[in-house]
Design a protein around this ligand. Structure first.
Ligand code: F6R
Length: 240
């Protein structure tokens, strides 16, 4: 696991965008695994700028997002499909039919999860998986538990996550309590993993990713077993 410590959020966002841009240049038909949340917003902004400036193209790119609230319609303004359209897809030259977010209205979430994993595999697996981390160490919505799931599945959000994400909703009661998320196995199949973390409230997680232990109670620590992980964080996340 390689750590890059940036001075601030902007620098972190640009460093993350450069890694994605380098992949798009060397492998135009790549598969990106994408995340939502506050952390990657600046990186998506920089990628939009680079696309507009003609520095990169998304023409042949395929994407798979990590997760989606359940149940939530794709056109709901807090859905992760809406987030991705708004922050990236609507503003770059991507073919939207090649962008994928788990279906937050799937009648059979288990079948949706299995089909999602198969689609990722059929696409040749993810080249770079972008991850943010929860304050409790969740990645995707793999929340701290005694045992974690391998494949994409329906999960319940912890109170800590519902509280943290309530900032985007009218009230805490409006936050969906479930989500469909890629499992740890789906995430680990990515050839490269790019973790972004910003702010003091991510320090606990970063600290635990730096030591030599792994635990399902801080799911991001499992990334230590992946051969190619880059963590880009700002000084506040690194030093606390
Ligand atoms: C988002 C996701 C989550 C977030 C995490 C951090 O698709 O899977 O794991 O990355 O909750 O969220 P922010 O960036 O808002 O702190």
């Amino acid at each position: 696991m390689k750590f890059i410590v940036c001075e601030n959020y902007e620098e972190m966002s640009k460093a993350g965008a450069k890694i994605i841009a380098d992949l798009l240049k060397s492998k135009p038909k790549c598969v990106l695994g994408l995340a939502t949340g506050s952390t990657p917003v600046g990186m998506y902004e920089e990628l939009r700028r680079m696309n507009k400036a003609g520095e990169i193209t998304f023409k042949d790119v395929t994407t798979y997002n990590l997760d989606e609230y359940y149940p939530l319609a794709p056109d709901h303004d807090q859905s992760y499909r809406y987030f991705m359209n708004h922050n990236l897809f609507d503003h770059v030259d991507i073919d939207k039919s090649r962008t994928h977010v788990p279906n937050g209205l799937a009648e059979d979430p288990a079948a949706e999860g299995a089909a999602y994993d198969k689609a990722v595999e059929d696409a040749g697996n993810v080249d770079i998986q972008v991850l943010g981390v929860g304050q409790n160490g969740h990645i995707g919505f793999n929340e701290p538990e005694d045992a974690l799931y391998v494949g994409t599945h329906l999960t319940s959000l912890t109170d800590n996550t519902i509280e943290a994400n309530s900032r985007f909703f009218a009230s805490k009661a409006d936050v969906p309590t479930k989500a469909i998320t890629m499992g740890m196995g789906t995430i680990m199949k990515a050839r490269k993993i790019l973790v972004l973390a910003s702010g003091k409230n991510k320090h606990y997680v970063i600290e635990n990713m730096l030591n030599d232990r792994i635990t399902c109670h801080i799911p991001s620590t499992l990334l230590k077993t992946h051969p190619d992980v880059i963590v880009i964080c700002d000084r506040a996340a690194f030093e606390g």
